[in-house]
Design a protein around this ligand. Structure first.
Ligand SMILES: [Cu+2]
Length: 491
């Protein structure tokens, strides 16, 4: 393990005093908070550009989103507006979505005719009141997300500032040296007489035809009795944690018995992970930025686009790897928390056995700290998921029309043997039923709908406009698994 570019042997207070910045690590102090809440006449500068990473010893040209301090993304202090000037220097048009945030719809970063992509060389300004928590940003233009046009978007709460915990952001990616359109073409081409994923047609993808899929290419695993379940559309070259593979992981210095808030972001395009805290145990305190009642665990499922905030109190003066293992595979990535002075031994790039499919075991245990107000739904939309939504493929879709002020429920019924992480733009919803069993679950923005199962979400229609509602598997979205939720404002 190389860590020669990392400061060593410093205590947390020495680091604070020296002003040394450690990548991926932010220490909170009252002074810093005060400085950061001064008004900004101009917006924060966020630059969409390109950069070169070393992946498996080879150079890889990727996109990036770099904030005002030269680090990926944006971190806002309590009370700060999301006042951002997004400069496009990516060499191509782009548009960035502030995933999970609740801006007016024209600022959402989705390529509607009313909010088209930003041409190369131009700047677009955004200004809205953000909601606190662990969020992220990603291009919603073409398949740029796969080429790492993604970054953290952290909005701190006053409680975060008071907590005096070391914040560690861990952002996950899947990486291929192939271009995304080649990966997509590989998925959608004919596969032994069966189309792996139909494009823009009404092919019936019921469980029978799914069972007949080629299990080698689709990564299907047999779950014992019953039909095979499909995982991992793409065979990636690497999995990245904060842009690094597990052969050369980011090493984050902590104090002995340090107190950490781990902000986990699954920014992967088509990969779900199990977060494995190794020898540590953690307490989940927020999902998708929204607080939940504390839930303890050391192995935590993380679907595409979801986030987890986990409090970890280090038990001593050691080196503590945080693993993220790909579902259905032995491949893993991660970072290492290292208390001062501890020796880091080399970590195996693969786990001993395949991880199981990411499931809803954690989702069922979650309970929002601030649930929706108690109220019956005014309308329930039932949508079927089958690589399409209600049998329609984006952009040839019929919008789900709702009305401003309604309590809306959406029951999503999955007719495939693959789980789909469904994301609604511009709203926080509560998970209110899983496979027909009611619960008062988490408030969040992305939820996994299990194979052949169902999930019902509820939300208040309080942010009128046009909102994308889609599967967050990039390849499923690109082949049409997206629709629109639309309602005009009551004036
Ligand atoms: Cu999907």
């Amino acid at each position: 393990m190389k860590e020669n570019e990392r400061p060593t042997g410093l205590t947390r207070r020495q680091i604070l005093a020296s002003g040394v910045a450690i990548a991926g690590t932010i220490f909170l102090t009252k002074e810093r908070a005060a400085a950061a809440t001064e008004p900004h006449a101009a917006g924060f500068r966020l630059t969409a550009g390109t950069r070169t990473l070393a992946v498996n010893g080879k150079p890889a040209r990727v996109f990036g989103l770099v904030g005002p301090n030269g680090n990926p993304g944006i971190t806002l202090s309590p009370g700060e507006r999301f006042h951002v000037d997004l400069a496009n220097q990516a060499g191509t048009s782009t548009l960035v979505h502030w995933h999970g945030q609740l801006p007016p719809w024209r600022q959402d970063g989705f390529p509607w005719p009313q909010s088209p992509p930003i041409p190369e060389g131009e700047i677009r300004s955004y200004d809205y009141v953000p909601i606190a928590g662990t969020y992220w940003m990603h291009s919603h233009q073409g398949m740029q997300e796969q080429n790492l046009m993604t970054a953290p978007l952290i909005v701190r709460s006053p409680e975060d500032m008071r907590a005096d915990r070391q914040e560690v952001v861990l952002m996950l990616h899947d990486f291929s040296f192939q271009m995304p359109d080649e990966l997509l073409a590989g998925l959608t081409k004919s596969n032994g007489g069966q189309s792996a994923m139909p494009m823009g047609n009404s092919m019936n993808m019921d469980s029978g035809s799914m069972d007949a899929m080629n299990s080698e290419t689709m990564g299907a695993i047999n779950m014992g009795p019953g039909p095979a379940m499909d995982l991992n559309d793409i065979d990636y070259d690497a999995f990245l944690a904060n842009d690094r593979t597990f052969s050369d992981p980011e090493v984050i210095r902590t104090e002995p018995r340090g107190r950490v808030r781990l902000r986990l972001i699954n920014g992967a395009s088509a990969t779900q992970f199990w977060i494995d805290l190794g020898a540590l145990s953690g307490t989940v305190v927020a999902v998708d930025g929204h607080p939940v009642r504390p839930a303890r665990g050391s192995r935590l499922p993380l679907a595409m686009a979801q986030r987890l905030d986990v409090l970890i109190d280090l038990p001593g003066n050691g080196a503590y790897p945080i693993f993220a293992q790909v579902e259905g595979k032995r491949a893993r990535t991660g970072i290492v928390l290292v208390a001062s002075g501890a020796v880091v031994s080399r970590l195996a790039a693969e786990a001993g056995e395949n991880a199981p499919p990411v499931d809803l075991s954690l989702e069922r245990r979650l309970e929002a700290v601030i649930p929706l107000a108690s109220r019956a739904s005014d309308v329930t939309h039932r949508v079927t998921l089958a690589w399409s939504i209600n049998g329609e493929y984006w952009p040839n879709v019929t919008p789900l029309l709702i009305a401003h002020g309604q309590r809306v429920a959406i029951e999503m019924v999955n007719h495939t043997m693959m789980a789909h992480p469904m994301h609604l733009h511009g709203h926080a919803f509560q998970v209110v039923a899983i496979n027909g069993a009611q619960l008062a679950g988490a408030v969040r923005d992305t939820v996994l709908v299990p194979p052949m199962g169902s999930v019902t979400i509820a939300f208040d229609a309080d942010n009128p406009g046009r909102w994308a509602f889609h599967c967050h598997n990039l390849y499923h979205m690109m082949t049409g698994m997206m629709t629109e939720v639309r309602y005009p404002a009551i004036i």
